[in-house]
Design a protein around this ligand. Structure first.
Ligand code: UD1
Ligand code: CA
Length: 458
């Protein structure tokens, strides 16, 4: 089989977005548009992936620095044809098929691209263009066919007459071309058009004239739609969400109100999980079987172990629940929070870099940071680990079965050994040995018959 290379065009500013941010860095479901396109092409196992950047190129390249793509620059954005010309030197010596896409079509799917390339090869073509039919073709290049339904050319919106503008079959901006011809065709493209640009679709009539150009029509136009403005971005965000929710429901996930949820592309949710309304599941989220996520929760880069219940208004970022656990309502789990099975974190509690042992409870209004906590510990209401001295963070270690009375401050570094009891209202500054009771309280003073001051009226 012919080897494959990919060129992704991402040099444009995206004027119609009206933004300081380059268009391909605008996010859809938490990923930059360009990342969606890259993720769609990797499964095709291309030998090369070349991305053309230009407008704020450094920003685009650094935002996707983890990708294995080769970056090439198009310093002046003279059109899509010119952009492909800029990419070709990076493919010197490559002689297979080149798949060309835009960085602004985020819902494109690998399977569609595979079918498209397969069709191109079966038809022994030197150029194929992927088309779609849409109700509102505004902004797209229109596909012009001859009376035998064969491809003739693509006319851009701005160059089209009123009659041509009524055509609803449009160019998706995805092409497959034989390397050897592409270079030669591009040299013949001129910029005599409404935008004064070198249009990539202008190579189509050249291939057609040589009898080797054709069109492949794809019915799911939404998956090929481009983002040129904020309206289209929000429409595609919704399409993406609906599709992701649909997939998850098919695998056994309940969404009480699918329309109000927001999901990143890589979210994994197991069977028999129930998601309540207004839940945000960001990148890096794994939810295992039987969990329940209550309304108004945001979960990012976190894992919920089997049977975990997250109650309303909780915020988890970089947390791991080993399950089953109860979290919230109104809990905040920050990076490095780990809950062993049956641990509970209740209302208005904040955890950061805290390992909570099996069956331990931090149920009310507490802050636990930089802490290693054993199992079956009871942390009373309003307990604070004082982990920061203004310059450095220090660790608190709490042994198995410790009972901490309400309103306690643990001034780190400090260790409470196994079975310790801390009397309510204590400030613990020194290590407490196993099974000891520690109480630090100011001696109470009671003044009998105390007379309260009286307000002076002037
Ligand atoms: C383009 C096609 C149009 C098609 C539509 C599909 C052309 C002339 N028109 O129009 O037929 O229906 O896509 O979505 O190709 N880019 C560069 N360098 C440039 C210009 C653009 O890299 O000099 C990049 C952009 O960053 C973008 C992509 O090429 O990712 C497409 O450019 P855009 O301006 O969005 O083209 P459309 O007007 O949508
Ligand atoms: Ca576009």
């Amino acid at each position: 089989m012919n080897p494959l290379a990919v060129i992704i065009l991402a040099a444009g500013q995206g004027t119609r977005m009206r933004s300081n941010l380059p268009k391909v860095l605008h996010q859809l479901a938490g990923w930059p548009l360009l990342q969606h396109v890259l993720e769609a092409v990797y499964p095709l196992n291309p030998e090369h992936v070349v991305v053309v950047t230009g407008h704020k190129a450094e920003l685009v390249e650094s935002a996707l620095a983890s990708s294995t793509a080769t970056w090439v620059r198009q310093d002046e954005q003279n059109g899509t044809g010119h952009a492909v010309q800029c990419a070709l030197p990076a493919l010197e010596g490559f002689a297979g098929d080149i798949l060309i896409l835009s960085g602004d079509t985020p819902l494109v799917e690998s399977q569609t691209l595979e079918k498209f390339i397969g069709h191109h090869r079966r038809e022994h073509r030197e150029l194929s263009v992927l088309s779609m039919t849409i109700d509102n073709p505004t902004g797209y290049g229109r596909v012009i066919r001859d009376s035998y339904d064969g491809l003739l050319e693509i006319v851009e919106e701005k160059d089209a007459d009123a009659q041509t503008r009524t055509i609803t079959e449009v160019n998706s901006g995805i092409y497959c071309a034989a390397t050897k011809n592409l270079k030669q065709w591009l040299e013949s493209v001129n910029n005599n058009n409404a935008q004064g640009e070198y249009y990539l679709p202008d190579i189509i009539p050249m291939a057609v004239a040589a009898g080797s150009g054709g069109v492949y029509h794809h019915t799911d136009s939404l998956s090929l739609a481009g983002v040129n403005n904020r309206q289209q971005l929000s429409q595609l965000e919704k399409v993406f969400r609906d599709r992701k929710v649909e997939q998850l429901m098919e695998t056994g996930v309940t969404f009480i109100d699918p329309d109000s949820c927001w999901l990143a592309p890589d979210v994994q949710v197991a069977q028999d999980v129930i998601i309540f309304p207004n839940v945000v599941l960001g990148v890096g989220v794994v939810i295992e079987e039987g969990c329940r996520v209550g309304p108004f929760c945001e979960i990012i880069q976190s894992k919920l172990g089997p049977g975990t219940v997250v109650r309303p208004f909780s915020h988890l970022d970089g947390a791991e629940s080993r399950g089953p656990n109860e979290i919230g309502p109104y809990a905040r789990l920050r990076p490095g929070s780990v809950l062993e099975p049956r641990a509970k974190v209740g209302n208005f509690c904040e955890l950061k870099k805290a390992h909570i042992g099996a069956g331990s409870k931090v149920n009310h209004l507490s802050y636990v940071g930089d802490t290693e906590m054993g199992s079956n510990v009871n942390v009373g209401a309003g307990t604070i680990t004082c982990n920061y001295d203004g310059a450095n963070k220090h660790k608190t270690t709490i042994g198995d079965g410790v009972f901490i009375g309400s309103g306690t401050q643990l001034v780190a570094p400090v260790t409470l050994e196994e079975g310790v009891v801390i009397g309510a209202g204590s400030t613990i500054t020194k290590n407490v040995p196993a099974k000891a009771l520690a109480v630090t309280r100011v001696k109470p003073t009671y003044v009998n018959g105390w007379v309260r001051p009286v307000k002076i009226i002037k």
